[in-house]
Design a binder for this molecule. Structure first.
Ligand code: ARG
Length: 496
């Protein structure tokens, strides 16, 4: 969530994000916890190549939460005494507080967040050496990622709902504004401004559904899968699952059912990144609309100065950078999904170190999507519609050419024929330099006697909008009821 994120960024690990992780006050000494199997640690080069702490530090809360649950379970089955459990839980809480405060002594030589926390705990609390009983970093990282994603999905859903509210709000502020709707970027038929915005509210609702749906599938506990083959010790997997909230609607624990799948499954990351990619594509389309709307050619809206930039050379410029960057960043989010799929496609069972590469793609997709959602919402909250420009554009009578054809249909003329007749009227108007609503009844009847004398009344825009009242159509009543439906659904934020 936004607040937590800023908390994280206040840790020393804002440095690694900026690519300067190794400027931290830490030594690249050989790995402390290397087992007896190795006579020396990895070379500096190898350590730098294989570390993940510069990005997986973000998992510290989840790592600690998982370790506390695991320790409680180890105490239940007699591996830890209650004093040892107290000491471990206290040590982990202390470490958490230090990470939060930015004073934890991270050590990149310890490779990743799991090793950093565990080895510091063991340095402080001897019983920490028992914590990794029947656990591997393979099931540990699978757990941490699921926990992280569960928290992150909450934040994404809130950000989606905020953007939806901003769109509904911008529609509500201009309930009477009508603009041309476009197909092929050619003026097609009139729509309420709010109807155009509500199209994006619908897209975002489907996005939210995809994130919720993915969460349903990944909210399953993998701990107890060990490195690949579970454990010979009598772990209580159900207890851990309950402790960590991996439960179904009836409170029953949800456990992964195959240890090999559990340690190598990254489907949930792909699903999240796929949902993020599609949501980004939606944002990119919205951004493109905004970019068109602020152009002098359209001139439908005005963005606040806070969301635009000037040109270093051309003094008159006011550029929609937030919208352009949102459109641009979509490339990254789509790329992250591709990178993940390619990462996974050739992996033999089960865990392979390649999987460490999933994190940067996931973190980047989540952070990029969330910042685009937030910025687009802020930009739209402050946008203003140039109502007079929209009214001029919507007054184009050609937008109602289809209404004229429908009018002929009501009089019994087959639609294909009506389409042809109206086409002839449009050509006549173009030839004579008039708009459709400027043609007289005589003009119409000169093209075809089938036009009744009442045909030109079709061009009353207010009446035309009132007529479009099928469910989902941009009719006056329909758009107002869609606006209030969405408003009720979104406030208070109810995306989860
Ligand atoms: N940092 C590793 C990752 O992100 C953690 C798992 C390491 N497991 C292992 N067997 N080396 O994938």
């Amino acid at each position: 969530m936004a607040i937590r994120d800023s908390g994280r960024l206040s840790t020393p690990f804002c440095a690694p994000i900026c690519g300067s992780f190794f400027r931290m006050n830490v030594s690249l000494s050989p790995v402390v916890s290397r087992s007896g199997r190795f006579s020396e640690g990895p070379s500096r080069d190898v350590a730098a190549f294989s570390e993940s702490i510069s990005f997986d530090w973000r998992l510290w809360r989840q790592d600690i939460r998982g370790s506390v649950a695991h320790a409680r379970m180890l105490a239940r089955i007699g591996v830890l005494s209650s004093d040892e459990l107290t000491a471990i839980s206290g040590g982990l809480a202390e470490i958490g507080a230090e990470i939060e405060a930015g004073t934890f002594p991270w050590n990149p030589a310890l490779e990743d967040v799991h090793m950093n926390i565990e080895s510091e705990l063991t340095r402080r609390v001897p019983a920490g050496a028992r914590l990794h009983t029947a656990r591997s970093r393979n099931d540990q990282v699978a757990l941490d990622m699921r926990l992280w994603l569960r928290d992150e999905v909450e934040g994404v859903l809130e950000d989606i709902a905020s953007l939806q509210l901003a769109l509904v709000g911008l529609g509500e502020r201009y309930p009477d504004v009508i603009i041309p709707g476009y197909t092929h970027l050619q003026r097609a038929q009139p729509v309420y401004w709010a109807h155009h915005l509500l199209a994006y509210v619908e897209m975002l609702a489907r996005d939210a559904g995809r994130f919720r749906d993915g969460r349903e599938r990944f909210n399953v506990c993998p701990l107890g899968s060990g490195a690949i083959a579970g454990s010979t010790l009598p772990l209580d997997r159900e207890f851990v699952a309950r402790e960590l909230g991996f439960v179904d609607a009836d409170g029953r624990p949800r456990l992964t059912q195959n240890s090999m799948d559990a340690v190598s499954d990254r489907d949930f990351i792909v699903e999240f990144c796929a949902a993020a990619a599609l949501a980004s594509v939606h944002l990119s389309r919205l951004a493109e609309d905004v970019i068109l709307w602020v152009s002098s050619e359209f001139n439908f809206i005005r963005l606040s100065d806070a969301y635009t930039t000037g040109s270093s050379l051309m003094p008159q410029k006011k550029n929609p950078d937030v919208a352009e960057l949102t459109r641009g960043k979509t490339g990254r989010v789509v790329g992250n999904l591709t990178a993940l799929l390619v990462l996974l496609k050739g992996l033999p069972m089960t865990y392979n170190r390649d999987l460490q590469e999933d994190k940067e793609r996931l973190f980047d997709s989540a952070a990029t999507l969330r910042s685009c959602l937030r910025l687009m919402a802020g930009m739209l909250e402050q946008a203003e519609v140039r109502t007079e420009v929209c009214a001029r554009a919507a007054a184009d009578a050609q937008l109602l050419a289809t209404d004229l054809a429908d009018h002929l249909v009501v009089q019994g003329i087959p639609f294909r024929e009506a389409h042809h007749l109206v086409g002839a009227i449009v050509a006549h108007a173009e030839r004579t330099g008039k708009t459709l609503d400027q043609l007289t009844v005589d003009d119409y009847q000169a093209v075809s006697p089938r036009f009744s004398t009442s045909s030109p009344t079709v061009f009353d825009l207010g009446q035309a909008m009132a007529r479009r009242n099928l469910v989902g159509a941009p009719g006056t009543d329909q758009v107002l009821s869609q606006l209030s439906r969405w408003k009720a659904q979104l406030s208070p934020l109810s995306a989860t």
